[in-house]
Write a protein that binds this ligand. Structure first.
Ligand SMILES: *Cc1c(COP(=O)(O)O)cnc(C)c1O
Length: 374
């Protein structure tokens, strides 16, 4: 049996006729940017996130950049984010002209440690970016307590967490602003790149609309130096089609995660301890399992054996932000963030996509158990 790490083909096949109809309609109108399909998707996505505003942009990275710019993050400012995130969370801070300040994460959830955020605050700190890693919301109440005390802007990196909830509230409504990615492999993925910023602040939404379109506030009136990073009408139309399915797809991911949890708990090593420990899920969240991640000893050897058995896996992420050459200039040394660095050597992302079958999950767990105990 082959189990791919992700399967984007099944969804694509099932929705092809709807995609074709959307394409035909847009080509018929020859309206490709800032049109009806974009506005319709923005309204639907804002409603999905239980927040008043969503602004479509060209990627998750640009969503972060525009969220930072709208928050007046710029040269001389510091932005706090976790050390174990995708490069883009930090990259966009740098592109805004500010300095990323990294902090360690919690060992059980791998999400940003609010106490570490508190400890990293300086007079220059402007914003904090909880990343809802793997699809699980960060501890937002604790983040907001720290942010309120120090007057920080809270910007969610929700690029892996479309539809996840924290204490019943969806991501995208949990901070001042939130950035989403519609990269094809995300829980809600375009047929190419895309992203969105959500916010409850009308003024920030308007700033982002202006920034994404060359700083043009009204026709030929450019009030700020902006960017060209709009979400195409065509991608917006595809995303509207897919958004209708997202609740059922997220539910299927949760069911799959529950099956992994149950089967893995039954697999114990010689000393009676579990051979692979899933990243813990907080009781007050509903995660959407963009990734299903376990901690396992001898990760690379286990991964190679799974590969031989036809099972695709991933590592998110093998290197923390501060140990990439790109961020050597920040001056952090190995050992600076022991929890994040420790996770890098142990984490393994198992196959996860809405259409994964119970048989496939059972096969992955069986082969994983064999690989670990062999
Ligand atoms: C995917 C991702 C991004 C960037 O999104 P793109 O659309 O690829 O630019 C940012 N942060 C996190 C945590 C992500 O997973």
């Amino acid at each position: 049996m082959d189990v791919p790490f992700v399967d984007l083909k099944t969804q694509g096949r099932g929705l092809l006729l709807e995609y074709q109809a959307a394409l035909a309609s847009i080509v018929g109108q020859a309206a490709y940017v800032i049109g009806t399909e974009l506005r319709d998707f923005e309204a639907a996505f804002a409603e999905f996130c239980a927040t008043p505003h969503a602004v479509g942009v060209s990627s998750g990275t640009d969503a972060l950049l525009l969220a930072y710019r709208a928050s007046a993050v710029g040269p001389g400012d510091e932005v706090i984010l976790p050390a174990n995130t995708f490069m883009a969370t930090a990259e966009a801070v740098t592109h805004a002209g500010a300095t990323p300040v990294l902090v360690d994460v919690l060992p059980d959830t791998a999400n940003i440690d609010p106490a570490a955020v508190d400890a990293a605050i300086t007079a220059r700190t402007k914003a904090v970016v909880p990343v809802h890693l793997f699809g699980q919301p960060a501890d937002m109440d604790a983040i907001h307590r720290v942010a309120k005390q120090h007057g920080l802007v809270v910007i969610e990196d929700a690029c892996q967490a479309h539809g996840a909830t924290y204490k019943g509230h969806p991501t995208g409504s949990l901070g001042d602003l939130a950035a989403f990615s519609f990269y094809p492999g995300k829980n809600l993925g375009a047929l190419g790149d895309g992203g969105a910023v959500t916010t409850s602040h009308g003024d920030l939404a308007e700033t982002i609309r202006v920034l994404r379109n060359h700083g043009e506030k009204t026709k030929s009136n450019h009030t700020v130096v902006g960017y060209c990073c709009r979400l195409d009408n065509l991608q917006a139309a595809f995303l509207s089609i897919k958004l209708g399915h997202l609740p059922e797809w997220n539910k299927a991911r949760r069911v799959a995660a529950g099956q992994y949890d149950r089967l893995l708990a039954q697999v114990v090593g010689p000393e009676g301890a579990p051979v692979a420990t899933p990243i813990a899920s907080r009781p007050d969240v509903e995660a959407v399992y963009h990734l299903y991640v376990v901690k396992v000893a001898h990760r690379d050897a286990v991964r190679a054996k799974l590969d031989q058995a036809g099972i695709g896996t991933g590592v998110h992420y093998p290197v923390p932000i501060h140990l990439h050459p790109a961020y050597a200039h920040l001056g952090y040394k190995p050992g600076a963030f022991p929890v994040a660095e420790g996770l890098c050597g142990k984490i393994l992302s198992l196959p996860m996509f809405p259409e994964i079958t119970h048989e496939q999950i059972a096969y992955v767990v069986e082969r994983l158990a064999g690989a670990v105990t062999a």
